[in-house]
Ligand binder design. Structure first.
Ligand SMILES: Nc1nc2c(ncn2[C@@H]2O[C@H](COP(=O)(O)OP(=O)(O)O)[C@@H](O)[C@H]2O)c(=O)[nH]1
Ligand SMILES: [Mg+2]
Length: 193
């Protein structure tokens, strides 16, 4: 291999390396983590609850603005873990090296909202306190069952320094927006390093 070709390949490899980010989705069981991913990646919404076993990793390319306002392609490697306590031994590989996180609760279930603090604490324990994050109140389509009102969510959003979105994995409302937001925040934070 000649030197020119080799350096080109190294450059391509290097750039690619920089533009692939690990994003973790965390929150209580059944808040809709898997459904949000399914909606974003264009698969059909599943009404039946299939508890995720272990970890699923989905790769998705998105285009976001960089710090100069220029469109930039990045790849999100989105990690989806089972929320079941019996999989706690998977926590370390799951959290390790995450570049961004999506904290999800279910707007109809108060316990899932208060547990966001615990999920965030776990992330901090694994060294992710400086990592970009978004706060997601999912199942906004279930309007009559909504328990978590906006001021509560906004308060937590400020406390965690995490932009807040209300989403529905069923209708797709604000789902793409929140994935683009975490992608953009992650890219900007990496460019600052
Ligand atoms: N109405 C409604 N149901 C949802 C929504 N997102 C998820 N679900 C349902 O909630 C259950 C749990 O969803 P799932 O994505 O498996 O949750 P996970 O355990 O956090 O991955 C399933 O029955 C889904 O069909 C949503 O936005 N609206
Ligand atoms: Mg799941």
């Amino acid at each position: 291999m000649n030197d020119k070709k080799k350096s080109d390949e190294e450059l391509v490899f290097h750039e690619r390396q920089e533009m692939i980010y690990k994003i973790i989705v965390i929150g209580d069981p059944a808040v809709g983590k898997t459904s949000l991913l399914t909606n974003f990646c264009g698969d059909k919404f599943k009404y039946e609850y299939e508890p995720t076993v272990g970890v699923n990793i989905t790769k998705q390319k998105i285009t976001v603005k960089n710090d100069m306002g220029k469109d930039t392609d990045i790849y999100l490697m989105i990690w989806d873990i089972a929320g079941q306590p019996q999989f706690y031994m998977l926590h370390r590989p799951y959290f390790n090296g995450a570049d961004g996180m999506i904290l999800v609760y279910d707007v109809t279930r108060s316990s899932s909202f208060s547990n966001v603090n615990n999920w965030y604490s776990t992330a901090v324990k694994y060294g992710l306190s400086g990592v970009p994050r978004v706060l997601i109140g999912n199942k906004i389509d279930l309007k009559d069952e909504k328990k978590i009102i906006l001021p509560m969510a906004e308060h937590l959003s400020q406390k965690l320094n995490a932009p807040f979105f209300e989403t529905s994995a069923l209708t797709g409302e604000s789902v793409a927006e929140m994935f683009f937001k975490i992608g953009e925040l992650t890219l900007l934070s990496k460019l600052q390093e």
